[in-house]
Design a protein around this ligand. Structure first.
Ligand code: T3D
Length: 255
């Protein structure tokens, strides 16, 4: 079992809860390792992952008590952050970040690495790095400009303002901001929808959207054809069509 996270599986949904509430779930070495471990050893019954935090914060980024000025940040990023991010962006099932409170520094970019980000309205996103003399890492300089454009990315990163969940949703940085009293039920419903969905199609969508940023339209059409070919051979496609014709809800198995 884990020291810095909680990990539980229910009805096909694995919930990974960052659990160092006294420091707003700051990422230390143990937590990075445990997140990576949990996401790279998912049992086959898991069809969706929810990433969230204990207490009033989602994640405050790098644990600043654990990073002396002498620390070799490049080495830490390469050895610990990159595998953790790869475990999210390459997770074999879709990942929802359920941002229950402030997400700062690498904690913001950890959330933004998920496939879908849903925040509670009292949450906020802070590219806090320049406050301590650093640059955004954990994929932030890749995902943020793609989501919100250069002007907003620059403003967020140079000024380190707290961006409210609602602002983040209006800008397209995240999928949705939910009223606090609807957050838990909203997350559960979305997680169930993903866990009962066509997993292969979800992963192919992730791959196609990621590729769209670095290739031209002919190459993208080629990729779509290839991925759709695979989807067309899946049991879930056969089931989806059969269910439609029989006027009943589909029962997808993720195969
Ligand atoms: O390896 C490397 O170093 C490279 C990687 C770098 C990646 C990074 O993430 S760098 C950016 C690191 N994160 C930050 O700079 C954010 C620091 N935290 C904050 O700005 C604020 O705490 C928050 C905006 C997140 C929350 O503010 P607030 O006012 O709601 O809460 P608070 O009172 O500041 O925090 C509560 C406690 O958590 C407090 O401890 P205390 O006083 O009750 O004993 C605070 O010190 C602690 N805490 C918050 N963030 C961190 C932290 N302790 C260690 N590390 C943290 N990042």
């Amino acid at each position: 079992s884990y020291q810095t996270i909680q990990f539980d599986i229910r009805e096909g949904v694995a919930t990974l809860t960052l659990d160092r509430p006294a420091v707003m779930n700051a990422l230390n070495r143990a937590m990075r390792a445990e997140i990576t471990q949990a996401l790279t050893t998912l049992p086959p019954e898991v069809r969706a992952v929810v990433l969230t935090g204990v207490g009033r914060g989602f994640c405050s980024g790098q644990d600043l008590t654990d990073a002396g000025a002498a620390a070799d940040l490049e080495a830490v990023l390469r050895a610990e952050y990159e595998p953790m991010l790869a475990a999210i962006t390459g997770c074999p099932v879709p990942v929802i970040a359920a941002v229950n409170g402030v997400a700062a520094g690498a904690g913001a970019n950890l959330a933004l690495a998920a496939d879908v980000v849903i925040a509670t309205e009292s949450a906020s996103f802070i590219q806090a790095f320049t406050r301590i003399g650093l640059i955004p890492d954990a994929g932030g300089t890749w995902i943020v400009p793609r989501a919100v454009g250069l002007a907003r990315a620059m403003g967020m990163m140079l000024f380190a303002d707290a961006i409210s969940a609602r602002q983040a949703a209006d800008w397209g940085l995240i999928w949705q901001a939910l009223p606090d009293d609807q957050f838990a039920a909203g997350i559960a419903a979305r997680a169930q929808a993903l866990a009962r969905g066509p997993t292969g199609a979800f992963l192919a969508i992730r791959a196609a959207l990621a590729a769209s940023f670095s290739q031209d339209l002919p190459a993208q059409l080629d990729l779509e054809a290839r991925l759709q070919g695979e989807a067309g051979r899946s049991a879930d496609f056969a089931e989806g069509v059969a269910a439609f014709l029989q006027k009943r809800p589909p029962v997808f198995t993720g195969r």
